[in-house]
Design a protein around this ligand. Structure first.
Ligand code: C2E
Ligand code: CA
Ligand code: CA
Ligand code: CA
Length: 277
């Protein structure tokens, strides 16, 4: 009858909603995703401001979910952190990079920089040192300069961070401060830790060429970086005008859609072999 139909309809709907919620809330999704090969990596070229040639790449993770489709990393990294699954996920990321290493070696020259994002909770996990040592050991020796990208909020556990950064430098890794200018002010820590790169958030880069010709904040950031002997990388460079302005201001490296999108290994090969104008 209509009534039983209605009752079953409502029940069914509720059941569906229930399972969908469970599905999205369960960390098992990530473990399943790892097992079934739903994650992959893309590489976004980073360009030397002096020569306009590729100095290296930043590795960015992707999740192609069979039902939800592509899930942006901002969402699944936060989800993995909340589910305490960032360590297995990052180990998987390391495996994916290592799997590409030989072919990457053919595309990227010796000394090329390989930027890898680290999630805050991984940095302070007990297996962190082992994990990145194992990753480094799985890569061809001496070919890549590994750079670990961390955000400002990772620097606030001061003593722990200080030891950790020191250890990372001893191991030959470099450290980049990601999204600089968006986090809680960490200027004190910036002075205390001798970190290598300052990545200027694309929010600042975006504002170039809108109403004003100059940005006092960007100006200050560049002066700060220079005084701290940090190398600067501008993120999210989308126009020629932005690139030109940043180069004139003395930014060391540039990254953004104007130069290249995040690319699969195959696309990276192609991009690398194309003449640049
Ligand atoms: P991020 O580390 O700041 O990475 C740069 C983001 O800016 C990437 O977004 C990249 O695709 C995007 N982008 C690059 N050039 C441009 C441009 O010209 N314009 C604009 N509008 N965007 C540009 P994506 O790949 O969606 O990653 C977002 C964030 O997710 C990353 O921000 C990073 O915090 C995190 N993430 C990505 N992959 C990983 C990973 O493997 N591990 C960890 N822990 N975090 C990751
Ligand atoms: Ca980054
Ligand atoms: Ca960034
Ligand atoms: Ca970010």
């Amino acid at each position: 009858s209509v009534l039983t139909g209605l009752v079953f309809g409502i029940l069914g709907g509720a059941l569906c909603a229930y399972f969908l919620t469970v599905r999205l809330r369960s960390g098992k999704e990530i473990l399943t995703g790892i097992k079934r090969g739903q994650f992959y990596v893309v590489y976004q070229p980073v360009v030397d401001a002096k020569t306009l040639t590729m100095s290296g790449v930043e590795v960015l993770m992707r999740w192609n979910h069979p039902i939800a489709g592509p899930i942006p990393p901002d969402a699944f990294i936060a989800f993995a952190e909340a589910q305490q699954l960032i360590v297995p996920l990052t180990r998987h990321l390391f495996d994916l990079i290592a799997r590409d290493a030989r072919r990457l070696q053919q595309v990227l020259p010796p000394g090329a920089r390989l930027g890898v994002n680290l999630a805050p909770s991984h940095l302070h996990s007990p297996t962190f040192k082992e994990d990145i040592q194992a990753f480094a050991a799985s890569m061809p020796p001496h070919h890549f300069q590994l750079i670990f990208e961390i955000t400002e909020r990772d620097m606030v556990k001061e003593n722990e961070a200080s030891c950790l950064f020191h250890w990372m430098h001893e191991q030959g890794f470099e450290i980049a401060v990601d999204d600089f200018g968006t986090g809680h002010s960490a200027l004190i820590y910036l002075e205390r830790f001798k970190l290598d790169y300052l990545k200027i958030d694309r929010g600042f880069v975006n504002s170039i060429g809108l109403e004003t010709v100059t940005s006092p904040v960007l100006d200050a950031v560049l002066t700060l970086a220079r005084k701290l002997s940090m190398t600067t990388v501008a993120e999210g460079v989308e126009t020629r005008e932005q690139a030109k302005w940043l180069i004139d201001q003395g930014v060391n490296y540039l990254q953004g859609y104007f130069f290249a999108w995040p690319l699969t290994l195959e696309q990276l090969k192609e991009w690398e072999s194309q003449p640049k104008s």
